[in-house]
Design a protein around this ligand. Sequence first.
Ligand code: FES
Length: 169
Amino acid sequence: MNEKENKKLYKQLDELIQKNKDLPGPLIQILHGAQGIFGYLPIDVLNYVAEKLEKPSSEVYGVATFYHLFHLKPKGKYQFKVCLGTACYIRGGQMLVDVIKEDLGIDMGEVTEDMMFSLEAVRCIGACGLAPVMMVNDKVYDKLISPAKVRAAINEYKNIVAEDSKQSA
Ligand code: FES
């Protein structure tokens, strides 16, 4: 991100803080908005929020790490979330993880350099009868019983990315 874009994001953050700081319990609201602006909560943003709210950084960091809805690491545009709940794990959840890791060249909790894909594990998403399952953003892929099926799902998104970059070239 260049300096100009960064300034623009911090300007939005300032407006957000200004709008919320005098409301009761503003921290969660501000962190939620900040994540919307930056895509995740970098440590510099947490420190900035702490300074502006005149709170200790440890308090802001504590809240950001306590709630699952906050991400302290960047996520990809397409987020691969593999279910490693019991039913999925027994029926091959780890195979999904291995195929995605190998195909995208990232580890669990990481994002690809181009920021397009990230990989994480999730707990049961309530589709145990269709195990093993994964989600890509909000779309569920079920019965991923073979590496070929997993690769087909990955390729769907690789094709979208390739198409998008062709159009913006
Ligand atoms: S264990 Fe994966 S959906 Fe329930």
